[in-house]
Structure formats: structure tokens, C-alpha cells
Design a protein. Structure first.
Length: 237
């Protein structure tokens, strides 16, 4: 099966898998605090998935693009007939047909951004295979999703950042509180997101991409990801 996935990857035109893998931690972090997910099944359009798991204990750690993740696939003991059937029939709660897979594919949705909650390898492989074999409709049928609204205190700051073409970064402080760092051309502002957004510090600072301030590690949110997060069409996902 690995050879089949590799051939499919090589067949794809630019813009399918040589695109960024965004941070799952940013997407999850920007979900509304204290709100339970809405769960159901839907047809996942594979061109809309934004992120895979990339923590340091995972094989996709440091993968910055989908292609880099696909290159790390091993597809060990994947039976072609069973895998293709799984790719092309409604999934619901069906585990992936390999011996060590015990759970269904799970997709998280925050606003309009999609990320993989469970099933990274099968999702990366499915994206490659479906775009090669079913390019007119690269979709996985009836996938288990968990929808979360966007943190409401973050929305006006994200919109302002996108509208004014400025850098916005996100992170948690040592107490687990959410922060947004907005970098304007000559100044920056650090907001805490808690019962509304609160300006807690501002100044003049040259943006460096990744910052540590106020005991808070902050990572840049790509503008394309901000646009996806804000594109919340719930319940018409």
C-alpha cells in the first residue's frame, strides 16, 4: 500500500500536498472555553483539512507541509483492498482496518478550521489517494466530527488583524490563560482572553515570529488560518 500512496503523491499537481500543515494547538486553543463539542457525522472534503497532530511525541513532529507528513508514512500491514474500501465507503465509527487501530477517524472543527483529532496517518494517506483517484470529489464519507465555536473574545481581534494585515500570535500563559499578541507596524499589544479581551501590556517591539513575554509562549497564526477559523458556517459545515 505504501507504494500506491507514494505513486499517488507523485501524481498530484502543485498545491495539493505541498501546502502548510497548520498548528493543531492553535486551532484547538482558539475554541471557546468551557463549551462541549457538538458531535455528528459528515462528509469531509479533504481540501479543507488544515492540520494533523504534530506534537514532539508524534512521527509527524516538525513536518511543516502535508508532503513532509506523507513522506513519513509507513503503511505497515495495510491491506490494499481493505484500505481502499475504507477510503471509499461511509466510515461512521468503523476503525481503520489495521490490527492496532481500535477507533474511528475523528475530526475537530473550530469555527471553519478543521484538524485531525484521531487518525493522522490514515487521513494523510486518504488525502493523497483521494485527490489522485477521485479528484472531482476528494471526500471521506460520514466522518465523526466534533464542532467547537471560536473563542468569542478572540473574534474581534482576529478580524481586526486580518482586516488591517497585521501579525496576530496566540499562546497560553503559565496559568493556562489564553492570550493574543497583535503586532502593528510600530507597536504591539498583548491581550488576555478572559470574560472579554483585556489589554494587559503594549509597547514597541520588532516582530520575530515566535515570542516569549509575560510568561506566555506565543506562536504566529498564519493569515490563511485566521481566515479559515473566522469562516464559521455552522451548522452548514
Amino acid at each position: 500500500m505504501l507504494e500506491i500512496i507514494r505513486r499517488s503523491a507523485n501524481n498530484l499537481p502543485p498545491g495539493i500536498i505541498d501546502i502548510p500543515l497548520y498548528s493543531k494547538e492553535i486551532i484547538e486553543g482558539l475554541s471557546e472555553s468551557g463549551v462541549s463539542a457538538k458531535e455528528d457525522f459528515y462528509d469531509l472534503r479533504l481540501g479543507e483539512i488544515n492540520s494533523l497532530e504534530r506534537n514532539k511525541d508524534h512521527s509527524f513532529f516538525n513536518c511543516k507541509t502535508w508532503k513532509e507528513a506523507v513522506d513519513k508514512l509507513e503503511c505497515k500491514d495495510w491491506d490494499e483492498v481493505k484500505i481502499v474500501s475504507w477510503f471509499t465507503t461511509p466510515i461512521f465509527d468503523t476503525p481503520f482496518p489495521v490490527e492496532d487501530s481500535k477507533s474511528e477517524l475523528r475530526i475537530g472543527i473550530v469555527g471553519g478550521a478543521r484538524y485531525c483529532k484521531l487518525g493522522n496517518h490514515r487521513l494523510a494517506a486518504a488525502k493523497v489517494w483521494m485527490f489522485d483517484k477521485k479528484p472531482k470529489k476528494p471526500t471521506l464519507q460520514k466522518v465523526h466530527y466534533y464542532y467547537y465555536p471560536v473563542e468569542p473574545t478572540a473574534i474581534p481581534l482576529l478580524r481586526d488583524g486580518l482586516r488591517n494585515n497585521v501579525h496576530v500570535s496566540f499562546g497560553f500563559d503559565d496559568n493556562g490563560l489564553k492570550h493574543l499578541f497583535v503586532q502593528y507596524s510600530k507597536k504591539w499589544k498583548l491581550y488576555q482572553l478572559r470574560n472579554g479581551y483585556e489589554l494587559i501590556k503594549s509597547g514597541r517591539y520588532k516582530f520575530t515570529g515566535k515570542l516569549h513575554t509575560q510568561n506566555c509562549a506565543l506562536a504566529l497564526i498564519p493569515k490563511a488560518l485566521i481566515a479559515d477559523i473566522l469562516n464559521d458556517t455552522w451548522p452548514n459545515i
